[in-house]
Design a protein around this ligand. Sequence first.
Ligand code: NAD
Length: 262
Amino acid sequence: MSLAEFEENTALVTGAGSGIGKAAALRLARGGAFVGLLGRTEDELQETLVEIRAVGGDGKVLVADVSNADAMSEAVRLLLEARKGLHIVVVNAGINGTWAPIDDLKPEEFDSTVAVNLRGTYLTLHHTVPHMKRGGGSIIVVSSINGTRTFTTPGATAYSATKAAQLAMVQQLALELGRYGIRINAVCPGAIDTEIDDNTRTRKKRQAEVPVVFPEGDIPLTGGEAGTAAEVADVIAFLASGASRHVTGTPIWVDGGQSLLR
Ligand code: NAD
C-alpha cells in the first residue's frame, strides 16, 4: 500500500484518544487522510492531533460521547463543516464495562455497556452514513473475538452481546449500503495492549469462569504476548483502502490465532 493511499479522503475515528482508535487515526493520517478525532477526553484527542501533525498529517478534534445523539450529530456537523465529504468511518469507541456473573450484573451496568458499545455504534452510523451515500466509502467497526468466536471471558455477557450485535449490524448493513458503494466490515481483535483495562470492572470472576490452562500461552502466533494497536490499525487501513474494494460484510479476526484456541 502506498502511503498516499488516503489522499483527499476524510475519515472519522471514534475513541481516537488512545489504543486502537489512536493507532488507526495515525495510520490513516500517515496515508494522507484528514481525520476527525472523536472521543470523550479532549486532552487525549489533542495529543493525537499533535502526533498526527508531527508526521505531516492533519485532523480535527471532536469532543463527544458516542452514546449521546445530540453530541454525535453536532460532532459530525462540525467535521463536515470543515471538509467536503466523508469517506472512511472507524467505529471504534468502546468499553469493557462490568464483567460479573449474570445474577450479579446490575441493570445499570448492563445498560452502560450497551449504551457506549451498541447505541454508540448505531449513532455513529446513523449520523455519518448520509454523508457517504453520494460518493461511497468504507466503514470499519471494531468488534472483538468476544461474542464472535470466543465466549470464555468470565462474566463478559454484556460486552460479548454488544460485540456480537456489532457484527450482525455489519452484515445487515453490507446489504443495505452496497447500492451506495459503501462497504462495511468488522475487525475483531484478540488481546491488544491498550488502555481498555482502565474501563473494566470485574466481580466474582471465579463464579463465571470455566478454568482452561494454556501451558504455552494462549496466543499461538506470539506465545502469549498481546498484539499491538498498530497491528489492528494496519488491518483497518487495509479495509479502508481500495485493496479491499470487493470486501464487505466480513469480520477479520486480528488475534494471532487466539480465538481459534479458546
Ligand atoms: P482504549 O480504552 O484504549 O480506547 C477506547 C477509547 O474510546 C478511549 O479513547 C475512550 O476515551 C473512548 N471512549 C470510551 N467510551 C466513549 C464514549 N462513550 N464516547 C466517546 N469515546 C469513548 O481501548 P481499546 O482497546 O483501544 O478499545 C477500542 C475498541 O477495541 C473497543 O471497541 C474495544 O471493545 C475493542 N477491542 C479491544 C481489545 C483489546 O484487547 N484492547 C480487544 C477486542 C476489542
